[in-house]
Design a protein around this ligand. Structure first.
Ligand SMILES: Nc1ncnc2c1ncn2[C@@H]1O[C@H](COP(=O)(O)OP(=O)(O)OP(=O)(O)O)[C@@H](O)[C@H]1O
Length: 505
């Protein structure tokens, strides 16, 4: 690669946190006007590296060169001023400001009287949004936008600063398939405009669509690159990430099923705003011990709302009946659900699953107080042992059980939420997108774990929007479309075509 085609170079970058070396002598090049993809397992150091490149962490060892010139960014603003923008997984917009106000925050245009020139700012915003195929009026409040559109606003912000390098950290984790297509077109246009992209994602299929090259990180070290994408196979990518082949990507064991553990009949959930419309409409199914039942649907199909309704989170507005072990029960809160042997691993781990400020061991034990209280006193030995067991079983990468949960990598935070619910030893487990943000190796581990839970007699209900995942791990698949059930398939009958056709009914 000729020097002028390298926009950004990292030389021997080391970053240490208390007790953890997140990056160890990492050297790599970012190629100009290419999609440079960073791959690696959970905790490999990808996000830490992106944060150094974008000025979030000004303190590190080693050297950064931008267009051959040494740089040291003191803040994200400083990096942005030098043409490096980052689009974080959790978007950073202010919901109750307009798109224009968000885009121009801190660099507002004023007219000759010193007044904010909204006309001009709206015009520029409109033009930026048009470049991104987003036709929403610039004065729309950000709170009213879908996640995909909010991401487009973040990209528009980067374009306004004429960013030369745009860093995207798992940009497709919360957007619809249609929005992913728009994002990929935007990336292609940015490349034509000589913008360089640094991209992180665990979705291997999408990476093959957009990557120009792969850079592998493992345990904080740079392990190599794949430059010749056309000839690369999925196995090559997995080897780069994990350091070995993962043979036999998981397929569910065919286990004998036990008695019915859960049955729901006629579950409906009206919308708060318009009572004649429904988020969940007349859903009935049963779940047996040892069964892994999948719920597939496109975004907005009502899958998450269905799980929440059964779990007692909408008890005031729901209708329908719930039976556990053949007995009808009324569940009016999450506490009721837990007392009746249910566990729910939610989709949004930061909002619903994890207290980020708390150490790992507290998050693990939080829903299992009865197991760690002896004679009315909390037994901290039992509490730590419980955490250690799950840290080991789920292979959670943390410097110690006492580490603050917010310091764990995204994928490892997800595993802590899973541990919290497994520790309650439920008989019915709801998993909502359990492997979002989880690397290919850990995904396999989680699939085996689900299988083992089923073997022990749990009934498992899994919501997933990844078709290959749902087809590999479930005995039976319910498809939802427009708030109702539109198809049910056994693992043997299910094909991608049949499931997709039912989902878009
Ligand atoms: N602020 C922090 N304090 C302590 N340790 C940290 C901090 N930030 C990251 N780490 C640790 O550094 C390592 C690398 O984390 P990083 O978030 O960069 O991984 P990642 O490759 O982005 O993982 P994922 O795919 O799960 O998002 C992990 O072991 C993590 O626990």
């Amino acid at each position: 690669m000729r020097e002028e085609n390298i926009i950004l170079r990292a030389e021997n970058i080391t970053k240490k946190f208390a007790g953890v070396t997140a990056l160890n002598q990492v050297s790599l090049d970012v190629h100009r006007a290419k999609v440079n993809v960073i791959v690696g397992e959970n905790g490999a150091g990808k996000s830490t590296l992106m944060k150094i490149l974008s000025g979030v962490y000004p303190e590190y060892e080693g050297t950064l060169l931008l267009n051959g010139e040494e740089v040291n960014f003191s803040s994200p603003k400083d990096a942005m001023g030098r043409g490096i923008a980052i689009i974080h997984q959790e978007l950073n917009l202010i919901p109750y400001l307009s798109i224009t106000a968000n885009i121009f925050l801190g660099r507002e245009i004023v007219d000759s009287f010193g007044m904010l020139d909204f006309k001009k700012m709206n015009q520029i915003t409109k033009a930026l949004l048009a470049r991104l195929e987003c036709n929403v009026p610039p004065n729309t409040l950000v709170a009213k936008l879908k996640v995909g559109q909010q991401q487009q606003v973040e990209i528009a912000k980067a374009l306004l600063e004429e960013a030369k390098v745009v860093i995207m950290d798992e940009p497709t984790s919360a957007i619809t398939d249609a929005e992913v297509e728009v994002l990929f077109r935007i990336i292609a246009t940015l490349k034509e405009q000589q913008v360089s992209i640094l991209y992180i994602s665990h979705k291997l299929d999408e990476l093959f669509r957009i990557a120009d090259r792969f850079i592998g990180l493992r345990d904080g070290k740079m392990v190599g690159t794949i430059e010749n994408i056309d000839q690369a196979k999925k196995e090559d990518l997995i080897r780069l990430m994990v350091g070995r082949d993962i043979k036999n990507l998981y397929v569910k064991e065919d286990l004998p099923l036990g008695e019915e553990v859960l049955r729901v009949e006629g579950i409906s959930l009206p919308k708060h705003t318009i009572k004649s419309e429904y988020l969940v409409k007349d859903v009935s199914f049963n779940l047996r011990r040892g069964e892994v039942l999948g719920i597939f649907g496109l975004m907005g199909a009502g899958r998450t709302e269905l799980l929440e309704t059964i779990f007692g989170l909408h008890s005031k507005t729901m209708v329908g009946n719930i039976y556990i072990d053949g007995q009808e029960i009324k569940i009016t809160s999450a506490m009721d659900a837990v007392a009746n042997g249910m566990g729910l691993v939610p989709e949004d781990r930061k909002a619903d699953g994890l207290v980020l400020q708390m150490p790992v061991f507290k998050n693990v034990s939080m829903a299992s107080i009865d197991q760690i209280v002896k004679n009315g006193l909390l037994n901290s030995g039992l509490e730590t042992d419980l955490a250690k067991k799950y840290i080991s079983n789920l292979n959670i990468k943390t410097s110690s059980p006492g580490q603050k949960s917010e310091n764990l990598s995204g994928g490892n935070q997800q595993k802590v939420v899973l541990a919290k619910w497994l520790a309650t030893t439920p008989k019915i487990l709801f998993l909502d997108e359990p492997t979002r943000g989880i690397d290919v190796n850990a995904k396999n581990e989680i699939y085996h774990l689900i299988n083992n839970l089923a073997k022990e007699g749990l009934g498992v209900l899994v919501v997933s929007s990844e078709l290959p995942e749902i087809m590999a791990i479930c005995d039976r698949i319910i498809v939802m479309g427009a708030s109702r059930i539109t198809g049910v398939f056994s693992q043997k009958e299910a094909t991608e075509d049949k499931i997709m056709n039912a989902a878009i009914l």
